[in-house]
Design a protein around this ligand. Structure first.
Ligand code: DGT
Ligand code: CA
Ligand code: CA
Ligand code: ZN
Length: 575
């Protein structure tokens, strides 16, 4: 993703929120929201575009293009500053609660004088919301829930944000003379879904030039602590980044230690102790004599513990040590194994890139096949119709005539209704190469109903993949309540694959759920759910999550050759 695009996208979204708080017209709010999404998803770096070029971006008109150009000229967006000045800072803080919209936030501020999340929590506890018009018990419960979600997120950022930042820091430090090696460790290397802080490791004889460069990076807003072995900074986004510099001879031991997890490290240290050795970030030593045995590479460190090298996504003390000792580590699926993306959108529904652009971008990734799966009619805001879908199918057919190397599949993302039914009758569904079915409404159904709903969707002969199965959105929406073991068993029984949605806000299924599902013998599909060409690159986060769930390539249907994939997609249709 392009950082300046995200930056402007966030500003436009904030502008939309501020407009909404200050009573701006609803249509104007929507215009800015759409523009925010279009800019974030745009494939060119918007900071390099002139106002006239900015207007070529869908949903960006003259006034917004001018605001963006102004922002890159002067570093300011005066229209936003004007609105910010009209809204008390406390109200803006309240809108960080995912379930609290701008209007309600303003009401809470005006009527109860609440201007922070803590004050709001206190107001709920002393039952002050109960007397407010428009704030029923349901709203109160939603707000309570939103506060809990925000606190759980606790300043952690999504994996994509952390990874992109970590890669940028590593690239910068590599340029420093005397830098023998540099990489990121910690939860980013293990590809956890959220990251508390970023841990960078570098090897050099002299740490000073690296520390100097690090503390002076443009992303740094504050140096928290600076020393010869470790420097910690806070970025302009508020994220902490630690740099540790070690001697090149200690590289492997330090990398092993700072990659973690802590739980994994405790297990490796125990193994060392049993062998009368001592393992630390400086190396593997004889416990008694203190003599250094190995420290240069991770491989050597693991080998002297009697273990093969363990891929970082497995290092969570979830059985990887025993599996390694037994020689039974899984051969994990990699990004290279993926032959195509099976869940993507276009401008026909809520995507911001056209069919042609999406297909072109997919082909550039070297895919053997690629599915377009726009939304079905029951998601009424997308205004889908039979005609539009059939027209798109024709366009796909034409594309397949000109493209020899990549096969474009025509699919759809169906909506699973509260009873487990989906859009369109069987005759119409039969025309698709692929049907994904997802829950997009009624997230709060009781557990029994939600379980039955998902199981029924699996039993539909035309449904081959369940999209974002728990519907969670990290820090925003909890997973639905369902008996997942029953759903997973139904998937295995009906040969319905479970999606690992790679969109970094979702990562759904999660690593834990994948581990559970694979015990039922389920197959998976790692998809991006891309709404823009730039989202196709999110695949890596889905693959990382799959690796954390111990998946091999054979368990993932979109690593298969097209012929085998097609057989899987259609096997239920004629029985
Ligand atoms: P995070 O930052 O919360 O997303 O998670 P991590 O895993 O990056 O944790 P962090 O940044 O506190 O520490 C980085 C790594 O350093 C961690 O994965 C393992 C290692 N580490 C830190 N503290 C300890 C410790 O007290 N004992 C051991 N054995 N390892 C530690
Ligand atoms: Ca960390
Ligand atoms: Ca750290
Ligand atoms: Zn969806």
């Amino acid at each position: 993703m392009v950082r300046s695009n995200d930056e402007v996208g966030a500003l436009l979204q904030e502008y939309a929120d501020l407009l909404s708080i200050t009573g701006g017209e609803a249509f104007k709010v929507r215009v800015y929201e759409k523009a925010a999404r279009a800019v974030s998803g745009h494939h060119q770096d918007v900071s390099t575009l002139a106002a006239s070029e900015l207007r070529q971006i869908p949903n960006v008109g003259k006034s917004i293009a001018d605001k963006i150009a102004e922002y890159f000229r002067s570093g300011r967006m005066p229209a936003i500053e004007e609105l910010r000045a009209k809204v008390p800072a406390g109200v803006r803080e309240l809108t960080t609660i995912p379930t609290l919209g701008p209007k309600k936030a303003l009401q809470l501020h005006e009527r109860l004088g609440v201007s922070s999340v803590d004050q709001l929590q206190a107001a709920i506890e002393t039952e002050k919301l109960r007397d407010l018009k428009g704030f029923g018990p349901k709203t109160e419960e939603n707000i309570r829930h939103g506060i809990a979600l925000a606190q759980q997120a606790g300043g952690r950022v999504h994996l994509d944000v952390a990874t992109e930042l970590a890669e940028e820091v590593v690239a910068q430090l590599h340029q420093v003379t005397g830098c023998a090696d540099c990489t990121y460790a910690g939860s980013v290397r293990r590809m956890r879904e959220t990251v508390g802080d970023i841990d960078i490791l570098a090897a050099a004889e002299d740490s000073a030039p690296l520390m100097e460069k690090f503390a002076g990076l443009p992303i740094v807003s504050e140096v928290i602590a600076r020393g010869g072995t470790k420097t910690s900074v806070r970025t302009t986004q508020g994220l902490q980044v630690d740099l540790r510099v070690v001697a090149p001879t200690a590289w492997g031991a330090a990398l092993q230690y700072f990659t973690g997890s802590k739980a994994h490290n405790i297990r490796t240290r125990e193994i060392a102790q049993r062998r009368k050795l001592k393992l630390s970030e400086y190396g593997l030593f004889h416990a008694e004599s203190g003599e250094l045995i190995v420290s240069r590479t991770e491989d050597e460190v693991y080998a002297r513990l009697g273990l093969p090298w363990i891929p970082p996504p497995l290092r969570e003390d979830r059985g990887e040590i025993d599996a390694a000792l037994a020689g039974e580590l899984p051969e994990l699926v990699t990004e290279k194994d993926i032959r195509g993306d099976l869940h993507t959108h276009t401008t026909l529904t809520d995507g911001v890139s056209t069919l042609d652009d999406m297909v072109h971008a997919a082909a550039r990734r070297g895919y053997a096949y690629y599915a377009i799966t726009d939304h079905a009619p029951n998601l009424s805001m997308q205004r889908m119709s039979d005609e539009k879908m059939l027209e798109q199918r024709e366009a796909v057919r034409r594309l397949n005539k000109t493209r020899r190397r990549m096969r474009v599949l025509h699919g759809t993302e169906l909506n699973i209704d509260p009873d487990g039914e989906v859009d369109w009758p069987p005759e119409f569904l039969a025309g698709f190469d692929l049907c994904i079915a997802s829950v997009h409404s009624h997230f709060d159904q009781p557990r029994r109903d939600m379980t039955r709903r998902l199981v029924r969707a699996c039993e539909n002969p035309y449904v081959s993949i369940i999209g974002h199965p728990t519907t969670r959105q990290l820090g925003r929406r909890p997973p639905v309540d369902a008996d997942l073991d029953e759903v997973f068993a139904a998937c295995a029984r009906t040969a319905t694959a479970l999606e690992i949605n790679a969109y970094p806000d979702r990562l759904d299924l999660s690593d834990d759920d994948i581990l559970r599902a694979r015990r039922h013998g389920v197959k998976f599909a790692i998809n991006t759910d891309a709404h823009a060409t730039v989202h196709l690159g999110y695949l890596r986060y889905g693959v990382g999550t799959a690796q954390r769930g111990w998946l091999t390539a054979d368990e993932v249907i979109n690593t298969w050759p097209l012929r085998r994939l097609r057989t899987f997609l259609h096997k239920n249709r004629h029985t």
